[in-house]
Design a protein around this ligand. Sequence first.
Ligand SMILES: [Zn+2]
Length: 471
Amino acid sequence: MTTTVIRGGTLLTAAGTHEADLVVRDDLVDSWRAPGTVLDADEVVDATGMHVAPGFVDVHTHLETVVAGVSTADDFVSGTRAAAFGGTTTVVDFVRQGPGEDLLERLDDASGRARGRCAIDYGFHQIVGDVGESSLSQFKQLLAAGVPSIKLFMAFPGDLYSDDTQLLTAMERAAELGVTVMVHAENGLAMEFLRQRARQRGQLSLPWHAKTAPPSVEGEATRRAIFLAELAGMPTLYFVHVSSAEALDAIADARRRGLPVYAETCPHYLYLDTAELDRPWAEGADFVCAPPLRTREHRDRLWWALAANDLSVVSSDHCPFCRSTLTPDRRDFSTLPGGIAGIEFRVPLIYDAALRGRLTLPRFVDVTATSPARAFGLDPEKGSLMPGSHADITILDPRGVTRTGAADHHMRVDHAVFESLTLRGRVHAVYLRGQRLVQDGRWVGPERDGRFVHRRPGSALYDRRSLPGLA
Ligand SMILES: [Zn+2]
């Protein structure tokens, strides 16, 4: 048995900040002790002046997958390693079922590729891109396999798109089983209409990417998803990558009515805006994502919603592409694979916001570790510093600085979308189940010790029995 004491730091949890020493026994958090009272330990880690937080949890990543015919730049090896450099110790990645593909075969395939190749712990959500009898009958097996969350797409007709009937049937089945339904809410048919019209008119430049997917397209789909979910028996709904005020209004309305509706946003919607699409093609293409970047007014609303708990989670939606793979001579925005590289900067970006007073420190931990872990059945092992939790620990130095340029990260992309920022605070050390992985920007631990996390149906974000009419 090995005992480690992390001494002199301030513990950060979703509930508050605490001056305490943290005792780790082997791979678990053992106890909190009054500062300076543990005299006997195998290892003493000096965290004076530091913040000691639970290992961070990123519940929205796309590693080693293919979008619009292009492979993402990070595989399970490089992506999870970059995540750890940025303070993240657990990711939940998306398994993609395309039209005509078998759900469980896709899950097997991803499990096989991830096994023994991840630097941090990982789980999966299942994208259901072909809602039909076969897929619906397999939801039970997904649950049994530790994958209690599916993702449905209201966007992308002809590819992952579900129509209203498919949404209803999948939501009904999910509600019966306690499976969480994640929704990509954009009206795919309306977007396709706008994009076809733009193509006919030769409006192919990058700003049209945003103009053909306006906020109303996201707002309508968000409202419709909530409406359909209510008809279908109200599974827990989780809106991914919320970007607009229109979507926020729909989510806030549903939450005021007591419905189990949750949502995340991503760092790029909080820090970037549509102006990025005015750059020259080769640079601007890095900023194509779905939904598109919005104007500053939307950004401000997102920050407010995050502080006010209309948004519960910040995920990276890491989906990286290299400039070199983005077909430089086909200058039509609608042919680009959408996705932003952010797995390594998610925690530093939100930590900076907390150090500047935009969020409280506990709220920072809540949206980047604790709520994502609870919403997706990872707690109490993950996202927590309570005794008995996994000793996944990230020590942050509030006096340090994080640079976000292309040369400052470990993601396998040839650019950096947050390049102009210098952030307050720095990841000092990262532990996974008691093993140190990162120290002062150097890798010092095992590279491929990440384990699959068998998740239970989420959600301690609310007690389902307490909701009127839903018991
Ligand atoms: Zn995504």
